[in-house]
Design a protein around this ligand. Structure first.
Ligand code: MSP
Length: 691
């Protein structure tokens, strides 16, 4: 198919229609049975990645075994999505004479997304849309580090929070595989670019699996359905007259894959070689002068719409302060965007659909991944939202703010597509206050770190101490301090106090106070009343934490849960059940104290599930909380009278054993962070060490 035919086909939505070799459409019986087969096969892949990146070993019980080559068919995946939406839409598959017999539901015409309505306010979508979260897709030129893990874990926690609340939620993560940076890295490794990408993308997939990221699709920009989505997007931009060809000259930064205006550049000198070079002020990365003919996106035409959108949505970006940077850039620096490179300069990328001599700009390609995941461009009219779009939260690092908060909304506005609902822009992990980067060589290897400290400890540390507004300094010492304080001596100690002593029984305490109303009666006795107070505070915890999560502040949310654990330990220390138990007729009071502490642990355990899935499950097992009682709605006091008998126990050291210190000789940064000497006190960037 030549590019002209392809272009027409894409615009008319024919390119994926199953045709016979003679080019005629399938007869309806064949079409229907094909659709039904695909329906059967594809009613599975939205969970845990697309079929293309799942193996038969990943198959859940009862799932059909599907040949991988069939699963990889992009059109088939889309058929699944439509069927999932209750739309057997492909009437165009049916021969004309049979159409009248074809039982097609309402919105039956297969339509490629062209436009919806222009919006400069955050869109509202029907409630039946899944809550959609994305992480950035990661460049495959280097191996993953903890900065990447941070983005992934944030996304995972946001998704799991929604699931805990009983909402359908989807998470997309993946790898960004095209562009000069990757092309050069492949050449440097003497590899074919695709082979190089396969190898390195696998490392990010391993990372996602290792840190328990519950993603629904691992997107690769080399995936066929994504390539089609990008080409389609391009053609629509062109149709709208928003693409033009012109000579482009400017400073290009390969590391950041973008042009910088001169106002954003400075001269630097390499301290070792003395070489003077021009670099981006923002990233510090070297730029190179480029002169070439390429395509431009008329972004300046969207300036007023962008500014109006920001004005109408001051809370669109979290933290809010980043909005100023964005508005400032759009007001003072907005230019048309160069959106292609000559193939002679960059061959590793998606070709411009009607000009084989040009490659589509890697950021345009990458950003579109977010709608590919949501089924773009095969959006049935009126049901565009069923695949998840508009996204509820894009998680990004602060270094990619401009691309997500200016270029991306501009591209979407250009096609009248709904804009993302919110952007969570996080700060960076640093090592001794320097951004972790492969070129500096100060990166922390997340695999080593998880092996050393445990998966959930790392997830805990990343979220609890990671920065949203301000950078956080990574430190093994500090990680250990936080582990001991919150997990070993916090949750671990409290769970031992409640479940271990022979003098009392959590089960008996739960049973004896099934009448919650009685427990909430103040009696004027100090201990009784402090139980009442504690339970009253506990009653508010879930909504307080939920509120933090809605504000996109998982760090504060987790700190609130940990705060409750600290308070409960203080409560039990003050109440001294080990003293009371020795007094006569003290059983009821001891039960009351143990139940109060037990309720804190149960509720904390439920709320901790999105943050530390494995450890929270262990805690709830230790407390004997039934699986069906682990939902957000059970995170209130006195709603579960069934728990109290452990499903399993965890030996002398419990769920959070003492950390094994100094077990790694010669710890370089790659072994999980620099080991601090006593003269180099642990620091956590935006967090103060505990008193
Ligand atoms: N490929 C682009 C994103 C395209 S999204 C459509 C990219 N990739 S990246 O691999 O360089 O970075 C991916 C994410 O990791 C970014 O959000 C970036 O901010 C984040 N981090 C990279 N280093 C980081 C730290 N040191 N700390 C925290 N996050 C960091 O940009």
């Amino acid at each position: 198919m030549n590019s002209g035919t392809l272009r027409t086909a894409l615009l008319l939505g024919w390119s994926r229609l199953p045709r016979t070799t003679s080019g005629t459409y399938l007869h309806h019986r064949r079409a229907a049975s094909a659709a039904s087969l695909l329906g059967k096969l594809f009613f599975l892949p939205l969970r845990r990645g697309t079929a293309s990146n799942r193996t038969t070993r990943d198959r859940r019980p009862g799932e059909p075994t599907v040949p991988m080559d069939v699963l990889r068919t992009a059109s088939a995946r889309r058929t699944f999505k439509w069927q999932a939406a209750g739309i057997l839409a492909r009437t165009s598959w049916v021969c004309r004479s049979c159409r009248s017999q074809f039982v097609a539901p309402k919105a039956a015409r297969r339509t490629l997304a062209t436009s919806t309505t222009t919006t400069t306010t955050t869109p509202t979508t029907p409630d039946n849309k899944p809550f959609y979260v994305t992480t950035p897709i990661f460049y495959v030129n280097a191996s993953p580090h903890v900065g990447h893990m941070y983005s992934m874990v944030l996304g995972d926690v946001l998704k799991r929070w929604q699931t805990l609340k009983g909402n359908q939620a989807i998470l997309c993560t993946g790898t960004d595989e095209h562009g000069t940076k990757v092309q050069r890295a492949a050449i440097a490794n003497d590899m074919d670019p695709k082979q190089f990408c396969d190898l390195n993308s696998a490392k990010f997939q391993e990372l996602a699996a290792a840190c328990r990221i519950d993603y629904d699709r691992f997107m690769r920009t080399t995936d066929q359905d994504h390539v089609e989505a990008v080409k389609h997007f391009w053609l629509l931009l062109k149709e709208k007259g928003l693409i033009y060809e012109a000579k482009h000259e400017g400073w290009y930064c390969v590391s950041d894959e973008c042009f910088y205006p001169e106002s954003q550049l400075e001269k630097r000198q390499d301290p070792f070689t003395g070489e003077v070079y021009v670099a981006s002020i923002e990233s510090g990365n070297k730029v190179e002068w480029i002169e070439e003919k390429n395509y431009h996106f008329r972004m300046t035409a969207l300036k007023d719409q962008l500014l109006e959108f920001y004005k109408n949505n001051p809370d669109w970006i979290v933290p809010q302060t980043r909005m100023n940077q964005v508005v400032d850039w759009v007001t003072n620096n907005l230019e048309d965007l160069s959106i292609s490179r000559p193939v002679s300069r960059l061959s590793w990328g998606i070709r411009v659909p009607d000009d084989e001599s040009q490659t589509i700009y890697v950021w345009v390609d990458a950003l579109i991944n977010y709608i590919t995941m949501a089924g773009y461009p095969y959006w049935p009219p009126g049901r565009e939202h069923l695949g998840g779009w508009p996204v509820d939260v894009h998680i990004i690092g602060k270094d990619i703010l401009r691309f997500h908060c200016i270029y991306w909304p501009a591209l979407l506005l250009a096609l009248d597509l709904p804009l993302p609902k919110r952007i969570l822009s996080h700060a960076h992990w640093t090592m001794e206050k320097k951004k972790m980067s492969k070129s500096i060589g100060n990166v922390v290897n997340p695999f080593y770190a998880m092996e050393r400290f445990g998966i959930d400890t790392m997830r805990f540390y990343m979220i609890h101490n990671g920065g949203i507004a301000n950078d956080a300094d990574y430190s093994n010492d500090w990680l250990t301090v936080e582990y001991k304080k919150h997990l070993q001596n916090g949750v671990g100690n409290l769970s031992a106090r409640v479940t271990k002593p022979k003098q009392w029984s959590l089960r008996r305490a739960v049973q004896s106070y099934q009448d919650g109303a009685m427990l909430l009666q103040p009696t004027g006795e100090q201990i009784n009343d402090s139980c009442v107070e504690h339970i009253t505070r506990l009653d508010k915890l879930a909504s307080t934490v939920d509120n933090e999560m809605l504000q996109l502040n998982p760090s504060h949310a987790l700190q609130k849960i940990m705060g409750l654990i600290g308070e409960t330990n203080a409560f039990i220390s003050n109440a001294e059940p080990w003293v009371i138990v020795k007094k006569q007729d003290s059983e009821a009071l001891v039960d009351r104290i143990i139940l109060t502490a037990g309720e804190s642990l149960r509720i904390a355990g439920i709320l901790l599930q999105p943050f530390m899935p494995d450890k929270a499950a262990q805690l709830l097992d230790l407390l004997g909380v039934e699986n069906h009682n682990r939902t957000f709605h059970h995170a209130r006091p006195l709603v579960d009278a069934t728990y109290g008998t452990a499903f399993r126990t965890f030996g002398k050291e419990g769920i959070f054993p003492p950390p094994i210190l100094d077990d790694i000789k010669g710890m370089g940064p790659d072994a999980g962070g620099k080991k601090h000497s006593s003269g180099n006190k642990p620091s956590s960037g935006n967090k103060k060490p505990a008193a």
